[in-house]
Design a protein. Structure first.
Lengths: 285, 384
C-alpha cells in the first residue's frame, strides 16, 4: 500500500466520521423535537387567549391574561406551597423511616425477612384507587381527613417502597467490616452511620428521594379524595380551570407548567448523584 | 497492655458451629498466632475479641475484666480486616487518620500528621496519601489497612491475615517489621494466618484451630516437632510431612516396624521401649522430607521405590518417590537430577520420626523429644 492511498483512505474515513456525527446529531435533534413538542406546545398555549386556543398555526397574539388569571386571580400559590409541604414532608418521613428499615432488611437476619421486604414493595403494585376508599372512611373517623399529616402519611404508600428497595441494595453492597472498622476506630453508632455509611449510600438515597418527591408531587388520587378545602395540592387545583361550561386550556397550561418547575430544578441539581459507582473498589474482589 | 482470656466461647451461625467452647489465655505482650485451614473459625474468634461478633456462650475478658457487654469502641482494640474494610469515600491519609479523629482517641491535626507519616513510611505507602482505596492495588490496600491499625496504640492488635496479599519480598520485610514493632509497642497481638512460615516466625505461641476447636496450643517448636495429631503435623512444614502405616514386628526380642515396601525399620531405644510395652496395634509414621536419606544406587536395607516427580524450587528439590501405593516426599539438594520412574532408595532417619496412633491419629512419641522442645510434652487443649 503506498502512502498516497493511505492518506486518501484516511481522508475518506474522517469524512465518513464527520457525516456520521452530523447524522447522529440530526437524529437526536429530531427526536428531541418529537419528545419535547408537547411541552413546547404547552408553553405556547400559556400565551394564547381562549379564542385562539384551537389554532394549530404558530401565529397568535401573545397575551399574559392566563398568567394573571392563575397567579393573581386564584390561590394557586397557596396550593403550590401546600403541595410543597405535603410532598416535602412525605419525602422527609420516607427518608427518616425508610433508611433504618432498609438497613435492617440489609443487615439483620430475622424470620420472613424476604417476605416483609416483598410485602413493602407490593404496596407499589396496588392501584391507589383501590385503597383510597377505605382510607377515606378511616380518615373521616379518626380526623385525619383534609390534614397535612393525613396526606403525608398516606403518601408513604407511594414513596417508601422504592426508597427502601434502592437503599437496601446500597447497604448490602457495603461490607459489614467497614462498619466494624469504624466502630473499632472509636466511633459510636450514630457517627458510624453519618460519617461512614451515609456518604456511601448518598447516590442511592438522593436518587430515590428525588423519585419519591416526584411521585408525591404528582399524586392525584389521594389528594383528590383525602383533601378538601383546607389542603389543596397543585394537581387538584389545576382541575379547577376545567369549569362545567368551558375549559380554560391556557390557565391549565400555566398551572401545569409552573407545577413541573420544582421537579425540573431538583433534577438538574442532583443530576450527578444519579450516577452510581461510589462504593466500588472498596472491598477486595 | 492487656491479658486476654476466653472462656468457653461458642458461636453459632444458624446450625453451623463456628466456635465450639474455645478457651484460651493470651498473656500480656504476647504475640499469639491463630493458625488453621479456611473456615476453622479464626476470623470469628478475632471478631469476638474485637466485640463486633457476639458469642452465644462464654466470656471474653480483656485485662481481667469481662467485656461481653462492652461496645467495640470502648475495648481499645485495633484490627486489620482480611478484606481491608477501608472507607471508600476517604483517601489514604484520611483512612489512616480515622482512628485519631474519633472523639475517644482524639489527637490534634499536627500529631495526626506525624503519626500518619510514621506509619505510611513504614508501610511504604507515603506516596499514595491522596488516593482513594479504589485507586490502589490489593497489596497497597492491605498496607493502608495495616497502617490504620498501627497508627494508634491500643491494648490489643488484632490482625486478620494482614500479609496475605503482599508480594513475597514485601511480606518478608513486613514480617520482621511487625515482630520488631510488637516488641517495641508493648501490646498484645493476635494474628491470624494460614501461612505456617508466618505463624512459626512470628509467634510466641500458636493455637491451631480446626472446625471451631483448638487442636493444639504451644510454641512453634512444639507444633513442628511434637504435633498432637496427624492433622496438625500436616499443617506445618513444606513439603508436607510423610505419613505412612507401619506394623510392629517382633523377632529375637527386638521390635521393628514394617513399612510399605516390606522393609523393617529399627527403632531408637527409647521409642522401642515404649512401643514394646504396648500391644501389637498398628502405627502411623510421620517423617519430614528432610529426614529421609536417598540414593539412586541400591543400598542394603533401604526402601526401594521409583521417582514419581521431581520439582526444583530454587534452594532445594522436592523429590516424590513412589513406594507401592505410598508417595513419599524427600527434600533433596538443589543439584539433584532425577528421571521419572528411575529407581530410588530411601532410608528414613528414625531419630526424627514421629509415631502416631493409627486408629486415633494422635501423637504417641518421638525419640528424645525433650532435646527439641524442652521437657514439656505436647498439650492438647481441653475439649468441651
Amino acid at each position: 500500500m503506498n502512502t498516497q492511498e493511505s492518506a486518501g483512505a484516511k481522508q475518506r474515513r474522517s469524512a465518513g466520521k464527520l457525516t456520521g456525527a452530523a447524522l447522529r446529531n440530526l437524529g437526536l435533534c429530531l427526536y428531541a423535537l418529537f419528545a419535547l413538542f408537547p411541552l413546547i406546545w404547552m408553553i405556547i398555549c400559556t400565551f394564547k387567549s381562549d379564542a385562539e386556543m384551537y389554532n394549530t398555526v404558530f401565529r397568535f397574539t401573545p397575551t399574559m391574561e392566563n398568567y394573571r388569571a392563575v397567579l393573581l386571580g386564584t390561590d394557586y400559590f397557596k396550593a403550590f406551597l401546600q403541595n410543597l409541604v405535603v410532598s416535602g414532608g412525605a419525602v422527609l418521613l420516607t427518608v427518616v423511616a425508610g433508611v433504618p428499615a432498609a438497613y435492617a432488611l440489609a443487615r439483620y437476619d430475622f424470620k420472613r425477612k424476604e417476605g416483609i421486604a416483598f410485602q413493602i414493595l407490593s404496596f407499589k403494585f396496588a392501584p391507589e384507587i383501590m385503597v383510597v376508599l377505605p382510607v377515606f372512611l378511616i380518615f373521616q373517623k379518626i380526623g385525619l381527613y383534609d390534614t397535612y399529616f393525613g396526606l403525608i402519611w398516606v403518601y408513604q404508600v407511594i414513596t417508601m417502597p422504592l426508597l427502601i428497595w434502592v437503599v437496601r441494595g446500597y447497604f448490602e453492597e457495603i461490607s459489614v467490616e467497614i462498619e466494624q472498622a469504624a466502630q473499632l476506630d472509636g466511633y459510636p453508632w450514630f457517627q458510624v452511620f453519618f460519617k461512614t455509611l451515609l456518604p456511601l449510600i448518598k447516590p442511592g438515597l438522593v436518587a430515590s428521594g428525588l423519585l419519591a418527591f416526584i411521585f408525591a408531587w404528582n399524586s392525584f388520587t389521594f389528594p383528590l379524595v383525602l383533601s378538601g378545602f383546607q389542603i389543596q395540592t397543585i394537581t387538584i387545583t389545576s382541575l379547577r380551570y376545567i369549569a362545567s361550561d368551558t375549559i380554560h386550556y391556557g390557565q391549565v397550561a400555566v398551572a401545569s407548567m409552573i407545577a413541573v418547575l420544582p421537579e425540573i430544578v431538583a433534577c438538574l441539581f442532583i443530576q450527578k448523584h444519579l450516577v452510581r459507582g461510589l462504593s466500588f473498589g472498596a472491598v477486595k474482589g | 497492655m492487656a491479658q486476654i482470656e476466653l472462656d468457653g466461647i461458642t458461636k453459632k451461625y444458624g446450625s453451623n458451629t463456628a466456635l465450639d467452647h474455645v478457651s484460651l489465655t493470651i498473656s500480656d505482650n504476647e504475640f499469639f498466632v491463630l493458625f488453621g485451614p479456611a473456615g476453622a473459625g479464626k476470623t470469628t474468634l478475632l471478631k469476638t475479641i474485637a466485640g463486633v461478633e457476639f458469642p452465644q456462650e462464654g466470656l471474653v475478658k480483656i485485662g481481667g475484666e469481662i467485656v461481653n457487654h462492652v461496645e467495640p469502641m470502648n475495648r481499645n482494640v485495633s484490627m486489620v480486616f482480611e478484606n481491608y474494610a477501608l472507607y471508600p469515600h476517604l483517601n489514604v491519609y484520611d483512612n489512616i487518620a480515622s482512628p485519631l479523629r474519633s472523639k475517644l482517641y482524639r489527637h490534634d491535626e499536627d500529631s495526626i500528621k506525624s503519626a500518619v507519616e510514621r506509619v505510611t513510611k513504614m508501610m511504604r505507602i507515603d506516596g499514595l496519601l491522596g488516593r482513594k482505596p479504589s485507586q490502589l492495588s490489593n497489596g497497597q490496600r492491605q498496607r493502608v489497612a495495616i497502617g490504620r491499625c498501627l497508627v494508634r496504640n491500643p491494648n490489643v492488635f488484632l490482625m486478620d491475615e494482614p500479609l496475605a496479599h503482599l508480594d513475597a519480598k514485601l511480606r518478608h520485610f513486613m514480617r520482621s517489621e511487625l515482630k520488631e514493632m510488637q516488641s517495641s509497642f508493648n501490646s498484645t497481638t493476635i494474628y491470624v494466618t494460614h501461612d505456617y512460615m508466618e505463624a512459626m516466625s512470628l509467634a510466641d505461641r500458636i493455637a491451631v484451630l480446626n472446625k471451631g476447636k483448638i487442636e493444639q496450643l504451644g510454641t512453634s517448636q512444639e507444633m513442628y516437632y511434637t504435633p498432637c495429631n496427624e492433622f496438625v503435623s500436616t499443617l506445618f512444614g513444606e513439603p508436607e510431612i510423610n505419613l505412612f502405616p507401619a506394623v510392629p514386628v517382633r523377632e529375637n526380642g527386638r521390635l521393628r516396624l514394617s513399612v510399605p515396601g516390606g522393609n523393617l525399620l529399627s527403632l531408637e531405644p527409647d521409642v522401642e521401649k515404649l512401643l514394646g510395652s504396648r500391644g501389637d496395634e498398628a502405627y502411623d509414621i510421620g517423617i519430614r522430607g528432610g529426614d529421609i536419606r536417598f540414593s539412586f544406587e541400591p543400598r542394603d536395607g533401604w526402601i526401594a521405590g521409583t521417582v514419581y516427580a521431581s520439582e526444583p524450587i530454587g534452594n532445594k528439590v522436592i523429590l516424590t518417590a513412589e513406594v507401592g501405593q505410598t508417595k513419599i516426599r524427600v527434600t533433596a539438594p538443589n543439584d539433584t537430577r532425577a528421571d521419572l520412574d528411575q529407581p530410588v532408595f530411601l532410608q528414613p532417619d528414625m531419630r526424627n520420626a514421629i509415631l502416631f496412633d493409627a486408629e486415633k491419629k494422635t501423637y504417641l512419641t518421638r525419640s528424645r523429644a525433650e532435646r527439641l522442645i524442652g521437657t514439656k510434652t505436647p498439650q492438647t487443649a481441653a475439649r468441651g
